[in-house]
Design a protein around this ligand. Structure first.
Ligand code: PMP
Length: 306
C-alpha cells in the first residue's frame, strides 16, 4: 500500500491521505497546541497488534487534559477509532493520533469547543524523509545546550507540538556536528532524555533511570523496565547527575521508533563496556523477542490486538 492509498480517520470519517489537511490559520498551527501520540504496530498471528495500545491511548488523553482540551471521544471511543483506522490500512507499522484546534483564533485561546481528531496508520519507511534513517547503529548523542522545560512551566507528560521546539533546534545542531541525537539535562543538571527517547544507563550491572519529574513516561521505557525486572536486573529510579555519565558501563535509549538502542558515545565520552554492553544487549534481545510475539508472558501483555 502506498501513502496515496492510505486513509486517515478525521473526525469519524476515513478520508484519502492527501485530503487530510487543515487551514494554515488554525489555532494549533499558529500556537503549537496539537497533542499527539505515536504507537508501533506489529503483524502477529493474532492479527495486527499495537504495542501498549491502551497505555498510548491513555497517555494521549492525559496530554489533551494537560492542554485543557475537551476531547469529543472517551478512551473506549478512541480505541475503537484507532482499531478502525488500522484495519482500513493494511501493512501498518506506525499509528499517529493527533488532536488539534482546527479553527482560526487570534487569541491564545482556541475558538473551537472541541478539538478535531486525526488518526493516521502507515508504513514507517513510507514517511521517513530521504536520507533520514532510524538508529540502525548505536547512537551518538550530544549534550544539548538547552535544558528540559521545568515541570513548573509545563508538564513533560504532555506530548504537545510546541513542547518539541527546543529539541528540534538542539537536534539540528547535533546533526550538523555529526551526532544522531541530543541528550537533555534538567534544571538541576541531572540527565533527562533525548529529543524523543527515554534514557537509561547501566552502572554496577544496575539500570539507572531518571524519575518522571522532567521526562515523559515512555511506553517503551515501561515495557523495558518490566522486562528488566523479570530478568532479575536491579533498577534504580533516581536523579542521574551528569558526572554519572563518566562512570557508566553502558547507556541506551528506548522509544517507539527504535525500541532499545545502545548509545555509543555522549559528546566524546565512551563507555567502559563494549557497545552494546551485556545488559543493553540482553534487554534488546528480550524486547525484540516480545515484539516478534514469541514471549509467552510479555507478548500478550504488551502487543494488544486491534
Ligand atoms: N521522551 C519524549 C520527549 C518523547 O517524545 C518520546 C516519544 N513518545 C519518548 C520519550 C519515548 O516514549 P515512547 O517509548 O512512548 O515512544
Amino acid at each position: 500500500m502506498t501513502l496515496a492509498d492510505r486513509k486517515i480517520w478525521m473526525d469519524g470519517r476515513l478520508v484519502p491521505w492527501s485530503e487530510a489537511s487543515v487551514h494554515v490559520l488554525s489555532q494549533s498551527i499558529q500556537r503549537g497546541s496539537l497533542v499527539f501520540d505515536v504507537m508501533p504496530c506489529y503483524a502477529t498471528p493474532r492479527g495486527p497488534a499495537l504495542l501498549g495500545f491502551r497505555e498510548h491511548t491513555e497517555r494521549f488523553c492525559r496530554s489533551a487534559e494537560l492542554m485543557a482540551m475537551d476531547l469529543p471521544l472517551d478512551l473506549e471511543g478512541l480505541l475503537k477509532a484507532i482499531s478502525e483506522t488500522v484495519q482500513a490500512n493494511p501493512g501498518t507499522d506506525m499509528v499517529k493520533i493527533s488532536a488539534f484546534n482546527a479553527g482560526f483564533s487570534l487569541d491564545v485561546l482556541p475558538s473551537d469547543a472541541h478539538p478535531s481528531i486525526a488518526i493516521a496508520a502507515f508504513g514507517l519507511v513510507d514517511v521517513l524523509p530521504p536520507g533520514m534513517e532510524l538508529f540502525v547503529r548505536p547512537a551518538r548523542l550530544q549534550l544539548a545546550d538547552s535544558i528540559k522545560l521545568p515541570p513548573t512551566v509545563f508538564s513533560p507528560q504532555a506530548k504537545v507540538a510546541a513542547g518539541y521546539t527546543a529539541a528540534s533546534v538542539a537536534k539540528a545542531h547535533a546533526r550538523s556536528e555529526g551526532f544522531d541525537d541530543i541528550l537533555f539535562l534538567d534544571g538541576a543538571g541531572n540527565v533527562a532524555e533525548s529529543s524523543t527517547q527515554s534514557f537509561m544507563l547501566v552502572r554496577g550491572g544496575e539500570i539507572h533511570v531518571p524519575p518522571l519529574d522532567y521526562v515523559l513516561s515512555g511506553i517503551t521505557r515501561r515495557a523495558t523496565l518490566e522486562l528488566a525486572e523479570d530478568a532479575g536486573i536491579a533498577i534504580r529510579v533516581a536523579p542521574i547527575p551528569k558526572s554519572a555519565l563518566d562512570e557508566a558501563e553502558e547507556a541506551f535509549l528506548t522509544g517507539t521508533t527504535i525500541n532499545v538502542c545502545p548509545v555509543e558515545r555522549i559528546d566524546d565520552r565512551r563507555f567502559s563496556a563494549e557497545v552494546p554492553g551485556p545488559v543493553t544487549a540482553r534487554l534488546r534481545e528480550r524486547f525484540e523477542r516480545m515484539v516478534r510475539d514469541e514471549d509467552p508472558v510479555f507478548s500478550p501483555r504488551w502487543l494488544q490486538t486491534v
